[in-house]
Write a new protein. Structure first.
Length: 168
């Protein structure tokens, strides 16, 4: 349709979700969990500049969609707007100066239906670590590069104490 209307060379198509679901992983069924199944959502961008199979390590968060969309359109991001413009990952395949190395994650509203029934806050880093502080529960820290299913909590391992302190 875009090709037949002459819009293919000036249009980006973005496919994403607002969250994932646990589907039984870690004993949970729905969203609102600090685990990858609920947080690491698909984000696929296609448009005039095709980079088939390119995967970005950008720590994109929900506040980054608007600045990135403006960047893809060649528009300036207003000073008042929060978030990061990650459009260079699509247009050139490169990181832009000043990009963050982590994304803040949180669930501040307690939910009681088959999810973590407490507030939590954390950070997910570009280098593959996740650190989560849960209200009234032990800390969680994972090396997602070596443990993508979050089975080994490293938060209390002495060899990761410096990494934990940095993430805290």
């Amino acid at each position: 349709c875009l090709a037949s209307t002459g819009l293919a060379e000036t249009t980006y198509v973005v496919f994403f979700s607002d969250h994932g679901d646990m589907m039984g992983s870690h004993g949970y069924r729905l969203k609102s969990n600090p685990h990858e199944e609920a947080l690491h959502i698909p984000c696929i961008v296609g448009g005039p500049v095709e980079r088939p199979g390119r995967v970005s390590d950008a720590p994109v968060n929900h506040v980054d969609f608007a600045p990135t969309a403006l960047g893809l359109c060649g528009l300036s991001v207003p000073d008042w707007m929060e978030g990061t413009d990650f459009s260079s990952h699509v247009t050139t395949g490169e990181r832009a100066a000043g990009e963050p190395d982590s994304a803040y994650i949180q669930q501040c509203v307690r939910k009681t239906f088959n999810c973590v029934d407490r507030t939590w806050r954390g950070v997910r880093t570009r280098d593959g670590y996740k650190y989560v502080c849960l209200q009234g529960a032990p800390l969680m820290m994972f090396n997602l590069n070596e443990d993508p299913y979050e089975q080994a909590n490293l938060a209390f391992s002495p060899e990761f104490s410096l990494k934990r302190a940095r993430l805290q």
